[in-house]
Ligand binder design. Structure first.
Ligand SMILES: NC(=O)c1ccc[n+]([C@@H]2O[C@H](COP(=O)([O-])OP(=O)(O)OC[C@H]3O[C@@H](n4cnc5c(N)ncnc54)[C@H](O)[C@@H]3O)[C@@H](O)[C@H]2O)c1
Length: 430
């Protein structure tokens, strides 16, 4: 195949990142259609990709009625639309790159996988961390066999305060009832995906998980606090106050995406931000007020068919963003802190009765999930154009177990039970 023609679903934060890759690689990929309910996003795409009006669609339903001009769809709509807007694509001859989460329903996961197979379509999932040099190095060391056989995996994810607030307290994933995804899925399906990737070839069998909401609760709201930061007596001292967003702009793309009609996030003025924080239904609201259906910390444990055990500790509302992993194997271990972009490999040396330590410094941390975002597009486009499959490439089949871990973890947390994942990928709740 020659140049890949792509339809972008959702020209928001993710859709922009992936589609803009084509501008630097015009012989590899071309954006030919864009679907977005937000007219400003469509206008932006129109200028960027020199599209005619008949290539722009306000709804998926309108797009479906148009003639087929794309080879593939990059589906970057919000979580709750993924299943319904992906299922009809395979029979129509599209390959698909779908944002995570695929879906939170196990039957839908299998249906999507089976449908893509039935029509012989390629179907990738945006597990961007697999593509970062950091996690890829760990995978390469594991594959080399130099630390022996994997025994256990420890993972941790600390979501620092600005990110927690922008996404999981006031943002798009603040309520499971609204966005469809529990926190363990919305935030941690990358981590569970990495677990399954590191332990490739074996499937998870039992899962237990416990979460709770300890920080963002009614009990922690100061007695005289109001329901909005901008009118609150604690506006300048509360560490969760949106007042600080007026000066500190690093979470702006997430906070202000699609918030001020007719403007891109970086065009929003200070006055408009104040108006948003004073009037928007969720931005600028007191963090101690409802909804309360998202946990702010959760732990998950799992076992795999091959006896490997895995644990993940997600803690939201921390002072520093930090993702770590520790892979323990029969003759060595690998330890890494994503934010440092360094990996330590320790190998047991029998002749010394001691260990050798190797440090891999993977350089400056790149933008976009440590460089994973753009590498994912490059390697997915290579897969579609030339059939090349990198060690990171995440087809839907390879993503299912990581998703099942999150779904089982959520059930376990809510029911305080252990969940068994059966061979046919159904659950038995114990
Ligand atoms: N892979 C990752 O690391 C990663 C990171 C962040 C978000 N995500 C996922 O990517 C997806 C998009 O997130 P985002 O941050 O880009 O969101 P966003 O709100 O910035 O962008 C979504 C865009 O899609 C449009 N849209 C959404 N649903 C639509 C629908 N049904 N019909 C028409 N237009 C629709 C919105 O108007 C918006 O412009 C989400 O599912 C999210 O969970 C993945």
């Amino acid at each position: 195949m020659g140049k890949l023609k792509v339809a972008i679903f959702g020209m928001g934060n993710r859709g922009k990142t992936y589609s803009e890759w084509s501008l630097g690689h015009p012989s590899e990929m071309e954006v030919v259609q864009v679907v977005d309910a937000n007219p400003t996003a469509l206008e932006y795409a129109k200028g960027l990709f020199h599209l005619n009006d008949d290539a722009l669609f306000l709804s998926f339903e309108d797009w479906l009625k148009a003639p087929k001009v794309a080879d593939a769809v990059f589906n970057c709509f919000m979580d709750q639309y993924h299943y319904a807007t992906t299922l009809p694509l395979f029979s129509r001859g599209y390959d698909v790159l779908l944002e995570k989460p695929i879906t939170v329903h196990p039957n839908e996961l299998l249906e999507l996988m089976n449908e893509s197979k039935k029509y012989g379509r390629k179907f990738g999932v945006c597990h961007v961390l697999r593509y970062s040099p950091f996690y890829r190095k760990a995978k390469e060391v594991l594959l080399s066999g130099e630390i022996g056989e994997l025994v256990a995996l420890e993972m941790a994810e600390h979501v620092y305060i600005p990110h927690m607030l922008a996404s999981y307290v006031r943002g798009k994933w603040k309520s499971e009832a609204e966005c469809g995804s529990p926190m363990i899925m919305a935030k941690c399906c990358h981590d569970t995906d990495l677990m399954c990737w590191f332990n490739e070839g074996s499937r998870p069998t039992f899962v237990s998980s416990f979460g709770s909401r300890s920080i963002f609760t009614a009990a922690n709201k100061p007695k005289d606090a109001t329901d909005r930061c901008m009118s609150c007596p604690h506006m300048k001292e509360c560490q969760y106050s949106c007042y600080f967003n007026l000066e500190l702009t690093h979470m702006d793309p997430i906070i202000f995406q699609s918030v001020v009609p007719g403007k891109q996030w970086n065009e929003v003025t200070r006055e408009e931000k104040i108006k948003v924080f004073s009037e928007h239904p969720s931005l600028g609201k007191c963090v101690f007020d409802p909804p309360y259906d998202i946990v702010d910390h959760q732990v998950l444990q799992a076992t795999f068919e091959n006896g490997v055990t895995a644990s993940l500790n997600m803690i939201g509302g921390t002072s520093y963003p930090c993702r770590t992993f520790h892979l323990l194997a029969t003759s060595g271990e690998i330890f890494g802190v994503l934010e440092s972009n360094k990996i330590t490999v320790r190998k047991y040396q029998k002749d010394k009765f001691w260990r050798d330590t190797i440090e891999y410094d993977l350089g400056d941390v790149a933008e976009g999930h440590s460089g994973g975002d753009l590498k994912l597009v490059e390697e997915f486009v290579d897969y579609l154009n030339y059939g090349k499959k990198s060690i990171s490439l995440t087809t839907v089949e390879e993503s299912i177990d990581g998703h099942l871990l999150c779904i089982a973890g959520d059930i376990s947390d809510k029911q305080r039970k252990v969940v068994e994942i059966l061979d046919n990928r159904e659950f038995r709740i114990r």
